[in-house]
Design a protein around this ligand. Sequence first.
Ligand SMILES: [Zn+2]
Length: 482
Amino acid sequence: MEPLRCFLLCLVCLGVLLGCAASEPAPDAAEAPAPDVPSHASGPVYVPELLGAGLAAPRAHALLAELCARAPRRLAGSEGAAHAVEWARESMQRLGLENVRLEDCQVPRWERGAVEELVVVEPSAHAGEHLPILALGGSVATPERGLAAEVIAVASFEELHARAEEARGKLVLFARAMERARLEPFEAYGGAVNQRSSGASEAAGVGALGVLVRSMTFAQDDQPHTGAMNYVQGVERIPAAAVSTNAGDRIRAWLEAGERVVLRLTLDCRTHADVRSHNVVGEVVGRELPDEVVLIGAHLDAWDVGQGAHDDGAGCAHVLEAARLLLGSTLGRPRRTVRCVLFMNEENGLRGALAYRDAHRDELERHVLAIESDRGGGLPLGYASDAALGALETLTALFGGAPWARGGGADISPLAEFGVPLAGLYPNPQRYFDFHHSSHDVLEAVHPRELELGAIALASMAWLAADLDGDWPRNPPRPARR
Ligand SMILES: [Zn+2]
């Protein structure tokens, strides 16, 4: 397949993205960061044969509906995650993938528990009101009857350390919002998420008793968004929860008005021993170079609220539907093998990704490209990539323009140490964090046709990469991780 036979929708999509961005409130122009998306970014690449077949008889949304019905709650280590693994294996077999198998990994098992409450004690005018929260994944519990303490709000770890004396014995609210001036929401997320991932140990280090984090979303509403947090070894473990953006802003407004704020936080989450789980793997075996692999991946696990429809049920549906389209295509098999990997435990450990790297070390030099879908089920705009030099030139030639963003995805990131070029499907990200890690992330939040187009775009990328005539350039290897 010549790249020229693919058609691109750059201008339409650029308009969609810029249109979305224009509806955000204007920041202080002097403080706005430089644009973080290249002006020559690609459109989605659609191979005509795959586009025709994928639109005429689409299956991605039906696959997503099955997953959401069968395993709506599927945090790693849970019963739901085991159901998701079975569903994935059965689906791959039913769709005709080859070499379908489960690959072992050990995963953490954390449970939210039955009680999570944040109740106002002071200001007295609001005493007894409940503020919406979700415990952060990995948090310890509070004492059974809760933890009542005065609250201070900070916008950064620097401010926390500057006010260390004041924070001792209190609940710390990390109140910094995702930066609206960024066009790329994942950049805005990356600029705020250290409050969630590391805030508890930072606050414990100055003697705080617990942590609240303003939810990682542009949405202004009452919906808390959970996510992973990590404790630093040797630092006291204190409980941590996300508050909705509205609740976080109310607390901060009370403090700015000079009120003393006292809240009672009650969590009964717990961590159990690690349990055995699995990545689920299947293949479309290549016609000429079956030992060379283009990996397409997504993650099966999801947070224990909502149904994980965008994160990352959509990615799982993209991968399975892409394989189905390739298997049924009039194009025949691509030269190389397309390997589908549905990873376990992306959300709170990345153990599946690390287990895949360790189990496949001997063949990673023959992984020519890895493509992940973990940015939701929105309308595809193009691709993201960390590829450099020759690999970037090859991707740009195949996909018709530059990547929209850096990186590929968390689950394929360990492959970077072996020089595997990484890429990601890049759907329109502007609404993604409205749903991410919250009760709003349900099947109804995913538009069927947008999801199908994402699957077709992924199938097209996989086809072009796997059928490339000539050698795939490597990336410079990155330092090993864990
Ligand atoms: Zn995800």
